[in-house]
Structures are given as structure tokens and as C-alpha cells.
Design a protein around this ligand. Structure first.
Ligand SMILES: N[C@@H](CCC[C@H](N)C(=O)O)C(=O)O
Length: 329
């Protein structure tokens, strides 16, 4: 029997598939099929998820494994901040180590166990890096500049009230600061659909984050994710938004202090770092395992995973998580 884990970071939910434990790793075509089936609220188990996190062997020195991120629509992303925290916990437990690197598509990233956010809420910190602003890294086009930090963009917001920034961390993010996040949700949905369908601005699509400033070093962020749609939270999105916050509103953001970022699924902390002119961000938050799913390897290869042919065991961790977010209010 093989084991899948259902996990979440700020209720951005995933299945972890450790391919190193399989006799034969899934091919990319098999992975895409399995992801689209498992993540769908209709065909997936346990209500679906936002993606699959694949754990592979890494040949790099100092790393305990390699993470690949497959979005719900089968596309592959270069990074996933909430997902990396859960993979960090998985590898930490598997290898009995508290601090190490994980290979991702574009960088080997430092991860570390942190003090639990609350009793029964395991917490990990992960490096979000490299950070780029230049349009060639996103990529983006037809926006009148090579770099957009704190600008209005009439093509996305005809009233020119939203202050936009564009960052790759290294997956692409468009960030807009809005006065009222609830009122802006339909505008976020429209923009999310437009920029993740064929469009003249973001040829590879983009994750879109709308943020409301709640106070000094305090934000609320809602994300429309590329390859998924609205999610409860996006770790790279909250990290990129934290940096855009500092760069565009330094009077509201102390670089030395953590930033508290609330989201529809909970809360994370971010910490900005700078070495010469290169920024990076540490993202700290829960790494919750909600279910263990036993399934045969043949069924994984055949994309034959449903609630009738696997054994599902609840871990009990979600109760502690819900208790934690209840007291956030
Ligand atoms: N939810 C993730 C980001 C996942 C990838 C994203 N949808 C993309 O295509 O870039 C996070 O927590 O960072």
C-alpha cells in the first residue's frame, strides 16, 4: 500500500505524494491525470484540494528532497509557499531533522521547524526566494514599464484607485492594495479570470493578490491563484504582498519586524530580508496534516483513487487548527 497525505497551510490544501516510496514513480502524464481527478470537488476524495505536492529524491547537496507543485488544473508551478511548509514538516519527520534545504524548480530553499503557533498547530518557516521585479522574469508585457512597483494600471482598474505591484518569487504575482477587500472581491474574480485566459499582459497567467492594510505590519490578503481560482490562502502571494507593502508604504511597515498576514483560511507571519539589493522573505505558518490515505500503487498509476478503494484515517489535527483560527478574531 502507498500513502497520500491530505495537508494544508492556512487551509490552502494539497495531497502530498512521496514518489521516493513508490516502486515506479508516476509519469508526468499520470501525475496530471491524478491531480485533476483528486483535486476536483466532484471527483476528488475529501472534497478535493488546490493541488498535489510531489516529493522526489534530490541529487543536490544539503537538500532532503525535491518538491514539485502541480496546480489543480494540471499545470506545474515553480513554487508554493504554503505547500513547502507541509513538505518541510513531512521531510523533517521522515529524516528526523529540524533545519535543511528542499530543492524546488528554481531554487534550493531553507526550511526550519518553528515554535508551534498554538497547541497542536505544527509550524514551519520557509524561504521564499529568488525575488525578481523585471518583466522578463514574470513574464509580463504591454504595461508601459519593465518594472511595476506601486503604480495605478488603468487597463486593470479603470478608476485608477488600486496601487499595483508585480513580483516573481519566483512564481508570478500581481498585487493590488484596496481600501476594502470584501467590496473588491468581484473585481478580483474578473481580473483573475481575464489574466488567466489568453491575454496580452501575462502570457503564462499570474496569481493575483488583493490586500487591505489593517494596521502597522498587518495585512489581509485574498488570492485568485493561477491554475486553481480562489484559494483560502497563497503563501508566495502573501510573501510577495508583504514585500510590496514595505516598498510602497514604508511608513506602515517596519522592515525589522514580522508582518502578520491574515487570509480567509487563517494567518501567517512573514519576515522580510535583504542582502545587498536582493530581497527574500521568510514565510512562517501552520503545516497541518488532516488525513492519511492508503491506496495501492497500481491504483495511483491508473488514476483510480476514490473513497471506495482507499482507506482514509483522520489525524485529528484539524480540530486544533480550527480552535487556533477561532481565537484569531
Ligand atoms: N498556493 C501556492 C502557490 C501555488 C502555485 C500557483 N498557483 C502558481 O501557479 O504559481 C502558495 O502557497 O504559494
Amino acid at each position: 500500500m502507498s500513502t497520500l497525505l491530505k495537508v494544508h497551510g492556512s487551509q490552502n490544501s494539497f495531497f502530498i505524494l512521496d514518489q521516493t516510496l513508490l516502486e515506479q514513480p508516476l509519469t508526468d502524464a499520470e501525475l496530471v491525470k491524478l491531480t485533476t481527478t483528486l483535486t476536483s470537488p466532484k471527483t476528488g476524495i475529501l472534497g478535493g484540494a488546490d493541488g498535489i505536492l510531489v516529493v522526489n529524491h534530490s541529487a543536490k547537496p544539503d537538500t532532503l528532497g525535491k518538491m514539485r507543485v502541480i496546480n489543480a488544473d494540471g499545470s506545474e508551478a515553480s513554487m508554493c509557499g504554503n505547500g513547502l511548509r507541509t513538505v518541510a514538516r513531512y521531510l523533517a519527520q521522515k529524516h528526523g531533522q529540524d533545519q535543511f534545504k528542499v530543492e524546488t524548480l528554481q531554487a534550493d530553499l531553507l526550511v526550519a521547524k518553528k515554535a508551534d503557533f498554538a497547541s497542536g498547530v505544527p509550524t514551519f518557516g520557509v524561504e521564499i526566494s529568488p525575488v525578481h521585479f523585471d518583466k522578463k522574469y514574470l513574464p509580463f508585457d504591454n504595461l508601459g514599464a519593465d518594472k511595476i512597483v506601486g503604480k495605478t494600471l488603468a487597463v486593470f482598474d479603470p478608476d485608477e484607485k488600486i496601487n499595483f505591484s508585480i513580483l516573481a518569487v519566483p512564481n508570478p504575482h500581481l498585487i493590488g492594495f484596496v481600501p476594502d477587500i470584501k467590496r473588491a472581491k468581484s473585481q478580483l474574480a474578473t481580473l483573475g479570470q481575464q489574466l488567466n485566459s489568453p491575454n496580452p499582459y501575462f502570457s503564462d497567467g499570474v496569481n493575483i493578490n488583493f490586500a487591505q492594510v489593517l494596521g502597522k505590519n498587518k495585512l489581509f490578503v485574498q488570492t485568485y491563484e493561477r491554475g486553481v481560482g480562489f484559494t483560502n490562502a497563497c503563501g508566495t502571494g502573501m510573501s510577495a504582498t508583504s514585500l510590496a507593502f514595505y516598498l510602497t508604504q514604508p511608513e506602515n511597515c517596519d522592515f525589522e519586524q514580522d508582518i502578520t498576514v491574515y487570509n480567509p483560511g487563517g494567518m501567517v507571519k512573514t519576515h522580510l530580508k535583504r542582502q545587498a539589493e536582493q530581497f527574500s522573505i521568510e514565510l512562517i505558518g501552520n503545516a497541518t496534516f488532516t488525513h492519511e490515505i492508503k491506496v495501492t500503487e497500481d491504483d495511483l498509476h491508473a488514476n483510480n483513487v476514490d473513497e471506495n478503494n482507499c482507506q482514509i484515517t483522520e489525524t485529528g489535527e484539524q480540530d486544533a487548527y480550527l480552535k487556533f483560527i477561532e481565537q484569531l478574531n
